[in-house]
Design a protein around this ligand. Structure first.
Ligand code: ZN
Length: 80
């Protein structure tokens, strides 16, 4: 659903999948991805924030750490 990044293990980089962006970020870091989305693709960052808000209301038991790793899993896919 949020596969906005494509992770390339061989170079340890995640490339942004938004058309015409072409940016790639080092590693698989949710914070960096969110920072990128917030600065370059504000509409997408807002969608994610809204979806997270819904999730938090549903699941109050998960800690922040878990929440961030879930976010990375949801946002990235392996490059084909
Ligand atoms: Zn981008």
């Amino acid at each position: 659903m949020w596969q906005y990044f494509c992770y390339e293990p061989s170079v340890d980089r995640s490339s942004c999948q938004v058309p015409d962006c072409g940016s790639s970020l080092k590693g698989k870091n949710a914070t960096n991805m969110l920072t990128h989305l917030k600065s370059k693709h504000k509409n997408i960052a807002e969608e994610i924030a809204a979806a997270e808000q819904q999730r938090k209301l549903k699941d109050k038991t998960s800690g922040n750490q878990q929440h961030l790793s879930d976010m990375v899993r949801n946002m990235t896919s392996l490059c084909m």
